[in-house]
Design a protein around this ligand. Structure first.
Ligand code: AMP
Length: 427
């Protein structure tokens, strides 16, 4: 499936190519043709699924097609409502990228900053308005915004908006919209209140549900190594040198950390490359191609840089740090175990990260097995370390005392695709 198959025009395809996307994500595959067919959308999807392009690309295309003969003042024809300033800015950035060949203009407005420059932007005319609810109402009430020409209304992260207490503002805004419009409604969760809101807004919508990420993690074998922060570099190299660890993504929280890791790995003669937000699109693409072609077998990446990357046959994902947002963990490990293959995830957890691990365990249904007796193990037992007895049921300490005290054995067996259970092999 390509973007062209979805009915996108030249301007959209060029923008997508410039972003380096090759394959549409599941939500894009479903939403783009439906929006182009003038359907309302009821989307159950989280951030990170490619949701923004799923609504921005077809809306831009439809506005662009209608715009070709239009001259003069630009009226607001699409309104995107987002719960926070950060999300509004992120969406605006996406419209800049996806709309770069359309000549359409977009403006973002949000609270917490003076309104002056936003008012000037609005006076100059805009095709697309991206707004948070409070500031939008404020500027409507002051007479700076008219929605009479609106054709598209997009409500993003509806559940978060309700959690943040915006329901009354949203109701007021909805009353001001023309009845004849196309509405795209997105929410990660659907409570009865959200469903009622969606029902009041949508006409015969196309329902799109993207599987919640936590279930994707169930088929992945997950292991955690309790390790001191200072020992993480050595443990990482130890793991990467195992034969079973073939094609691996190493995730880190920071760009700086990613750079340092890749330098160390290269010094150790490992074939590694790095992608993060400070690298140009060209650099990222170059490294990704090397990784896809097998010229390097280790990709070190930050979370943002790795979003939406589509690479198959990843044997292992290694979390160099344990993310503080559990969903990030699930997204990271979801890079392995694709298309029904086995996948393995290792996490390197230091003392400070135990709380993060605990939170992850609450949302991940599969076991995360503590690997004992590896060469860089923290002195204390893992049971005290994470407060969670997650050792596999058949793994009794007394059964293999040697393994548990074998701290200096350099070649402790690493769990991998071919030798998963018995889990004792992990020591
Ligand atoms: P979103 O869910 O809209 O926040 O998108 C998450 C991330 O995925 C963003 O960094 C996008 O740039 C990226 N992305 C969206 N669609 C694709 C795609 N088809 N291929 C690769 N990356 C994508």
């Amino acid at each position: 499936m390509t973007f062209k198959d979805l009915g996108l025009n030249e301007a959209a395809l060029k923008a997508v190519e410039k972003k380096g996307y090759t394959t549409p994500t599941p939500i894009q595959q479903q939403a783009i043709p439906a929006v182009l067919n003038r359907k309302d959308i009821l989307g159950c999807a989280q951030t990170g699924t490619g949701k923004t392009a799923a609504f921005a690309l077809p809306v831009l295309q439809l506005l662009h097609q209608a715009d070709e003969n239009r001259r003069g003042y630009k009226h607001i024809r699409a309104l995107v409502l987002a719960p926070t300033r950060e999300l509004a800015l992120q969406i605006a950035e996406s419209f800049t990228d996806y709309g770069s060949y359309t000549g359409l203009k977009h403006t973002e407005i949000y609270g917490g900053v003076p309104q002056h420059s936003q008012v000037i932007d609005l006076r100059n005319g805009t095709d697309i308005l991206i707004a948070t609810p409070g500031r939008l109402l404020d500027l409507i009430n002051q007479g700076y915004i008219y929605l009479d020409y609106l054709e598209f209304f997009i409500l993003d992260e509806a559940d978060r908006m309700l959690d943040m207490g915006f329901i009354d503002d949203i109701r007021k805004i909805i009353k001001m919209l023309p009845d004849e419009r196309q509405t795209l409604f997105f929410s990660a969760t659907f409570s009865p209140q959200i469903t009622r809101l969606a029902d009041s807004l949508l006409t015969n919508p196309e329902k799109i549900e993207i599987t919640p990420v936590s279930s994707a993690a169930e088929k992945i074998q997950q292991f955690v190594y309790m390790v001191g922060r200072k020992d993480k570099p050595r443990l990482l190299q130890h793991l990467l040198k195992q034969d079973l660890v073939k094609r691996t993504i190493v995730f880190t929280r920071t760009k700086h950390g990613a750079d340092r890791i890749v330098q160390d790995l290269k010094k150790a003669n490992l074939r590694a490359g790095v992608i993060h937000g400070n690298k140009s699109q060209e650099d990222r693409q170059y490294i990704l191609n090397k990784f896809k072609e097998g010229r390097i077998n280790i990709l070190v990446a930050t979370d943002i840089a790795s979003r939406g990357i589509d690479i198959d046959n990843i044997s292992h994902v290694i979390n160099y740090d344990v993310p503080d947002v559990p969903e990030t963990y699930v997204h990271r490990i979801g890079r392995t175990g694709r298309a029904g293959e086995d996948g393995v995830a290792f996490s390197l957890c230091d003392k400070e990260e135990r709380g993060n691990l605990r939170d992850i365990r609450k949302i991940v249904k599969a076991d995360i097995v503590v690997v004992e007796g590896h060469p860089y193990q923290l002195k204390e037992g893992p049971q005290q370390q994470n407060g969670n007895n997650n050792r596999p049921k058949n793994h009794k300490k007394k059964q293999s005392p040697k393994k548990h005290h074998n701290h200096n054995r350099p070649n402790a067996v690493v769990p991998g695709r071919e030798n998963l259970p018995p889990l004792q092999q992990a020591v």
